[in-house]
Design a protein around this ligand. Sequence first.
Ligand code: GCB
Length: 604
Amino acid sequence: MIRLFFLKLLILIPSIGIAQGLITNTINRNTTTLNGTWHYIIDPYETGYYNYRYEPYDEQVNNDNRAFYNNYHTDDKLELVEYDFDKSPTLLVPGDWNSQSESLLYYEGTIWYKKSFDYQISNPSNRLFLYFGAVNYKAEVYLNGHKLGTHIGGFTAFNYDISSIVKPKNNYLVVKVDNKRSKEAVPTINTDWWNYGGITRDVKLIEEPQSFIQDYSIQLKKGNNSIISGFVKLNNVSKKEKVTISIPELNINKTIEISTNNDIEFEVKAKNIQYWSPESPKLYAVYIKTDYQTLEDQIGFRTIEVKGPKILLNGNPVFLKGISIHEENPMRAARAFNEADALVLLNWAKELGCNYVRLAHYPHNEHMVRLADQLGMMVWEEIPVYWTIDFKNENTLNNAKNQLTEAITRDKNRACIIIWSMANETPPSDARNKFLIDLVNHTKTFDNNRLISAALETHNKDGVQIVDDKMGEYLDIVAFNQYIGWYGGSLENAPNAKWDIKYNKPVVISEFGGGALQGLHGTIAERWTEEYQEYLYQQNLKMIDKIPNISGMSPWILVDFKSPKRLLPIIQDGWNRKGLISNNGIKKKAFYTLQEYYNNKKYE
Ligand code: GCB
């Protein structure tokens, strides 16, 4: 009983495994995977979290042992325990739960995951971190009965220092995952994609020395193509440390001294850089070294800027030949999460003739951006500030900012990412403008190098398509979605559409498209046929060519994707059919229309 009391006391201390700043470049670190099978309990009433007075167990003084994260020490046989992880079924991690069990297809709520593991720290002075690539949407994490913390946001990574809690044997890791939608969340209740729940990305243990390289930025300096600059951040500095940044192929060896846990900036001149571009996606081996550690990364160097109405990559005008992509493997009808999934999606984009992809509508997994770096695919990365977000809500803003911070922190060294997008199709109002301007300013404090955009909307006045959203003033690229020929407007007249775009900035069509069921054929006048979709692309492309300052596009969308909003039987059956490729991986006619357009596209 004494032991039990002691453990109960510990549980009352919130977040004992302190949530640390995000550790980046986990792919090149010393890690041990916790992927694999995890036991799970479906808990729609959150019985493992609230007592019968609906008070959370982990905030109670009189804690009892029925909390699901707590049975690690239920050695008191008198305790009533109404669950048993080890007799419960398993799910694969990473992976969404919806695609792994028929009964979970539409489930939105809480599922408890549990994994036991052993871990012997290789050196007693080392530290151990628990890292999640992403959990959708809210994760409450407990290790050996201690609460490590809560993470909100389904598409970004987080980690906890578990050095003082982990044991060599039988660690008991429990995660409460809740994907209930709510009005004030990011995204909000209403979206056009599947709300996949679960531990959807890799889980790993990261072993690090006492004082270690947590994060760094190594990029070309803004407005300069021969100075590499950035910062290094060490974790737990107790004395002056020497850190060397070396890029052997560029003969760079820059040593800086660090004696605080803050970001320490550096600058170094570089000669004869082979710049990263879609045609030649050169990545350099970069080493960051301390007395205790050498961390490698593969980093490309390129400049990206706008000049009047042009986007310049390495000083040259570039047209963004793009396509939008959801993070979904259509053949599995599931969240995409690994390198093989990323390869399928990006290879299709390559085959289409793309040099650019819009990763919609949230940050995708790290394999995707790493691969885009290697394949030479420029990227638009965005956060799920989508449609009718609760713009007046301060917590919603902080949540969006946090997701943005986590996305930028993870991906800021990827040359492929040229655009951070703040939002998609958000209805203009003072509150919305304030919210988005705040996000723009926030982005600039983390990364003043990349371009900032958002997918806006047009409105029609006397037959003229107008883009005058106030946000245009704050964005580097004026991007908008338009669906002429699908959600209204005549396809026949589309090529003659008149445009009034208020800003002298590069214009990117972030979406256009229409649905087709692969294999359904008919005339160009019949919706849902491949011929209708093909005609829609032909007419839209003619129209887009005439839009002033047009600098690129990312039609909607590469592959059919699952959406609970898409209810038309036989045609949709729960799939948004605007893909150029079907959910079985078969290309529709419009794929070849766009491919031909991209292959012949001339631009200066
Ligand atoms: C849009 C949204 C996208 C939808 C698409 C559609 O404008 O940005 O998320 O899936 O339209 O298919 O209607």
